[in-house]
Design a protein around this ligand. Structure first.
Ligand code: DGP
Length: 140
C-alpha cells in the first residue's frame, strides 16, 4: 500500500518546510495555506484521527500545539491564531494534524478552510518558515 504523505514528511522522504520537531512530533508549513504562515503539527507515528490517539500522548499534543501556535504568533506577528483539526469528515490526509492558522484583525475567512493562498515565487515561503522556527526556539 502507498505510504501516507505525512509519514513520508516525518521520515524526511519528501521535502517540507519544517519549523519544529522533537521525538514524537513534527511541524511544517501547509503547502496550500489559508493565510501565509499556516502551519501543521503532526505526530511522527501514523495516528489517523483524534479517536486513535493514545491517552498518554494527549498532554504532549496540547503542549506542542501551544508551542507552535506561540511560534506562529510571535514569528509573523499576527493578531491571533485559529486551530482546526478535521477528523474523518473534511480530513483529506488520514494522518492526524492540527492546523495552526494565523489570523489578522479585519482579514476575514470567506468560507470554511478556503480560499487558499500561495507564497510568492522565490524566498517568501522560506522567510515564513524561518520566522516561525526562530520564534519557537526563542519562546520555548
Ligand atoms: P485536511 O483537509 O484537514 O486533511 O488538511 C490537510 C492539509 O494538508 C491541507 O491544508 C493541505 C496540506 N497538505 C497536503 N499534502 C501536503 C504536503 O505534501 N505537504 C504539505 N506541506 N502540506 C500538505
Amino acid at each position: 500500500m502507498e505510504e501516507c504523505i505525512f509519514c513520508k514528511i516525518a521520515k524526511k522522504e519528501i521535502k517540507a518546510d519544517i519549523v519544529f520537531e522533537n521525538e514524537n512530533f513534527i511541524s511544517f508549513l501547509d503547502k496550500s495555506p489559508i493565510f501565509k504562515g499556516h502551519t501543521l503539527l503532526i505526530p511522527k507515528n501514523h495516528i489517523e484521527t483524534l479517536f486513535d490517539f493514545p491517552e498518554g500522548y494527549l498532554k504532549e499534543l496540547a503542549v506542542e500545539t501551544k508551542r507552535i501556535a506561540n511560534g506562529v504568533k510571535k514569528g509573523i506577528g499576527c493578531d491571533g491564531i485559529l486551530l482546526i483539526n478535521n477528523n474523518i469528515i473534511s480530513q483529506s490526509v488520514p494522518h492526524f494534524h492540527v492546523h495552526i492558522i494565523p489570523r489578522e484583525k479585519g482579514k476575514l475567512l470567506r468560507g470554511f478552510m478556503w480560499p487558499r493562498t500561495k507564497y510568492k515565487d522565490g524566498n517568501e515561503e522560506e522567510e515564513f518558515r524561518e520566522k516561525i522556527a526562530k520564534a519557537i526556539e526563542i519562546f520555548k
